[in-house]
Ligand binder design. Structure first.
Ligand SMILES: *Cc1c(COP(=O)(O)O)cnc(C)c1O
Length: 459
């Protein structure tokens, strides 16, 4: 299987990036009931190749340009494999000292590479959604006099409704966290963005004042470093000023954009983030570590413990002066995820990682240049990182842009996705694959022009 994996990664570019099949066609071929007797690995493998592989969307494909690309590096895959082999449960230091200590060390390394202050303390979570739930729980429970941990929120007439703020382009995981934390959808107030899709601090200030006047209790702001739609970067420094002045928790969602700070010229993306109370960055998104591995940093780990520390009798441990990660988050059982991050950082080194990220940003700029120079297309957002938002210049209808996108993706040769900006459906090319080079981006652009010409001749 290791040999197969190595061939797969070498040749993944020859496969169709998107499978061409009808919904249900895989489950139809699988037996409805589990086998009574065990089956040989050879038969299972045969079915993997015959039934499963044709139904796989190849995220490692060099022409995968959709969403935010998550691609797995060889060292990351091997680290993940060893983590599965050891199968430790890293809930306590005692239940696997190596996992706990490696997690602390690798997250200190990552923090340093990102230029964040040494006071930041990190933990690995499954994904940014969970990191953000934990951060916002800590923010809520940091309203100390309310005693939310002990008494909850329901049925307490003395507590005003809580409000948190993010930009119009903040990720849906922020709303989901509000749902889960018992704050409700209405607790998330979306603040206007400027022409470059960055939160407008003056509007934030105004919203906070208005809310206070109307009886809300503002408690948190989520600043975005790399919004999901257009990869815009909020003015974190100015937002941090407001948070200081208004005594609000600052959470920075840098799930995608944070990794860019490894490149010295892109360090500006995290400017002001040193003043955050919490920050999330996803090495599984743009740091070549296989899913799932998100990192939550907090300025004071006691804030997380205040929300999540709960040690039943059977988990007490007599070792002192060590980290017991289960006390800082939702999940008890934890995989040995630090191993794959360690492999990746050691194998590439800071400069190797910076080189890959820099290349992606450069490729995105080259692509954006082609778009700008073409009379048929236009850029819809500035390109600061590795994501390009563009659309048809003349025919701006959703239908035409969608037709173009579908004809590209139906080809099986590239995979792009869409988003909606100011009500308009547009195409989005995200560069971020380990194995993506200039040839691949050039190919995508040529195919886009070809499909555009085909659609024109059809109408
Ligand atoms: C991808 C992304 C998330 C969600 O990350 P998961 O790890 O999938 O939960 C949150 N915020 C931003 C800005 C993202 O790009």
């Amino acid at each position: 299987m290791i040999d197969w994996a190595s061939d797969y990664l070498r040749n993944v570019g020859d496969l169709p990036v998107l499978p061409d099949l009808d919904p249900g066609s895989i489950s139809q071929q699988l037996p409805g009931r589990p086998p009574e007797e065990g089956e040989g690995m050879d038969r299972i493998w045969e079915d993997f190749e015959r039934l499963i592989l044709p139904g796989v969307t190849h995220w490692n494909h060099p022409k995968f340009f959709a969403y935010f690309v998550t691609s797995a590096s060889g060292p990351g895959i091997l680290g993940d494999l060893l983590g599965a082999v050891l199968n430790v449960n890293a809930m306590l230091w005692r239940t696997c000292p190596a996992s706990t200590e490696l997690e602390s060390t690798t997250l200190d390394w990552l923090r340093e590479m990102l230029g964040l202050p040494p006071s930041f303390w990190g933990m690995i979570c499954e994904g940014a959604s969970l990191s953000t739930v934990q951060a916002l729980a800590a923010a809520r429970d940091d309203l100390r006099p309310l005693k939310t941990r002990e008494r909850g929120l329901a049925g307490r007439a003395e507590i005003p409704r809580l409000r948190l703020y993010t930009s119009e382009l903040g990720h849906s995981s922020i709303d989901k966290a509000a749902l889960l934390l018992g704050l409700g959808e209405d607790s998330v107030r979306r603040i206007e963005v400027d022409r470059e899709f960055r939160l407008v601090p003056e509007q934030l200030q105004r919203a906070i004042e208005e809310d206070r006047a109307n009886g809300w209790l503002p408690f948190c702001v989520v600043a975005n470093v790399g919004t999901t739609s257009v990869a815009s970067v909020d003015p974190v420094e100015a937002i941090a000023d407001i948070c200081d002045q208004e005594d609000l928790w600052l959470h920075v969602d840098a799930a995608y954009g944070g990794s860019a700070a490894i490149v010295p010229e892109l360090g500006w993306v995290l400017q002001g983030a040193d003043r955050a109370d919490s920050l999330v960055v996803n090495p599984h998104k743009w740091l070549f570590v296989p899913l799932e591995l998100s990192v939550l940093y907090v300025r004071d780990k006691r804030t997380l413990a205040r929300s999540f520390s709960l040690v039943p009798d059977y988990l007490t441990s007599d070792v002192s002066g060590v980290e017991n990660y289960m006390e800082y988050g939702v999940t008890l059982g934890r995989r040995f995820r630090a191993l794959k991050l360690w492999f990746v950082i050691r194998y590439f080194g800071r400069s190797g990682l910076a080189h890959l990220i820099e290349k992606h940003v450069r490729l995105a700029r080259v692509f954006a240049g082609w778009v700008e120079q073409d009379p048929d297309f236009e850029l819809v957002a500035p390109v600061h990182l590795s994501t390009v938002c563009f659309g048809l210049r003349e025919d701006r209808s959703d239908e035409s842009n969608l037709n173009l996108l579908e004809s590209l993706n139906r080809s099986g040769k590239v995979f792009l996705s869409h988003t909606r900006i100011n009500g308009r459906l547009i195409l989005r090319l995200a560069v971020g694959g380990m194995r993506t080079d200039l040839d691949d981006v050039r190919f995508a652009w040529d195919l886009i022009k070809e499909k555009k010409a085909e659609l024109r001749s059809r109408t």
